[in-house]
Design a protein around this ligand. Sequence first.
Ligand code: ATP
Ligand code: MG
Length: 393
Amino acid sequence: MNRVILIRYGELSTKKGNRNFFVKTLTKNIEHKLKNYSVKIQKDLGRMYIYFEDKDLDDITNILKNIFGIQMYHVAYIVNTNSDDITKSVLSILSSISFKTFKVEVKRSFKGFEYDSPTFCKVLGSAILRNVKDIKVDVHNPEILVNVEIRENESFIYLNSFKGAGGYPVGSQPRGLLMLSGGIDSPVAGYLAMKRGIKVDCVYFEAIPHTSLEAREKVVSLVKKLVNYTDNINLHIVNFTKIQEAIYRECDHDYVITIMRRMMYRIMDMLCEKLNSYVIINGESIGQVASQTLVSMNTINSVTNIPVVRPVACLDKLEIIDIAKKIDTYDISILPYEDCCTVFVPKHPVINPDKLKCEVMEQKFDYNTMLKETVDNVLTIRVSDYEDVNELL
Ligand code: ATP
Ligand code: MG
């Protein structure tokens, strides 16, 4: 029997006016991810149908699991729209599994079919009871739910529903820039932002020679994991050394981290403008470290008017770690390379930094020229899901 994958959009179906756009974006994303397979994709208002070659089923379902915008999917057998054929096929499918209780659900979109749905439900149920030993019907909590959809040209039978990745298709929102360090939190933040449909690119601040090329490699490895959920990601590498050294030289050491992060946000603001991005995304989590108290966040955030989205702001570290393990970034994140934030970390960072004090310290060096020079010299690497990493200078 041939099979088809039925895709349910879930949350997408609620998007009345924009629905076409969302479905088109999802279709484009699915077509891209399945471009190496021989598939035929059709869609109607509520669902998408993927016709595939049997040998590719496992590969395809593994890919679909990572595509945002899919709420649920079923793998259905395709049968002729004829009551005898449908009954025989249901019995044949059930003969290969063991179960004690079942329920039949029939949906009939083809009104020319010889039975209405409740009657065909009974016909099928009786046939199953006659042919399979020691089973009974359980309408409330059946072990096996036999779904039958009667359609004009072909009908579908399926037993299982699989959970999709949920969310909105990547690209249904414009670009956002993720501040990606080598840590645990920021890749998770990037994953969650993509889940809401944002086309995420990444920005990594490095301070060579205080940080190593291995640290950069680690970030590239993280981007390679994130690209599983989209088609490509640009990784913008910012050389932060001069600015960081100036901060360390000119500012009170308890304020070094606060001012460093204000400079990072200023650069993010300039990069958003340059790269047509509408939001800054990062892995800040309320209260996690001194720079993430609400007072710190307020003092740091005040240098930009661009919205800052912090997907993990209200999660516990253990909840963040669970997601990091699920998306396979955790083992990379815990590799021990120094990050530019850790290299310059003071013994006692200020917990409630004062904006005015920051401004006074920042006046001690010509940071505007430095920021402009830094932004002009960003190195961009494109990480795509099908090709090797490309350097775009
Ligand atoms: P992570 O939050 O990624 O686990 P972390 O907790 O060590 O790493 P923090 O110092 O808490 O990072 O920084 C908070 C957030 O600021 C990070 O989640 C990340 O979004 C951003 N950030 C910190 N350092 C960098 C960097 N070197 N490059 C880009 N973004 C950074
Ligand atoms: Mg963190």
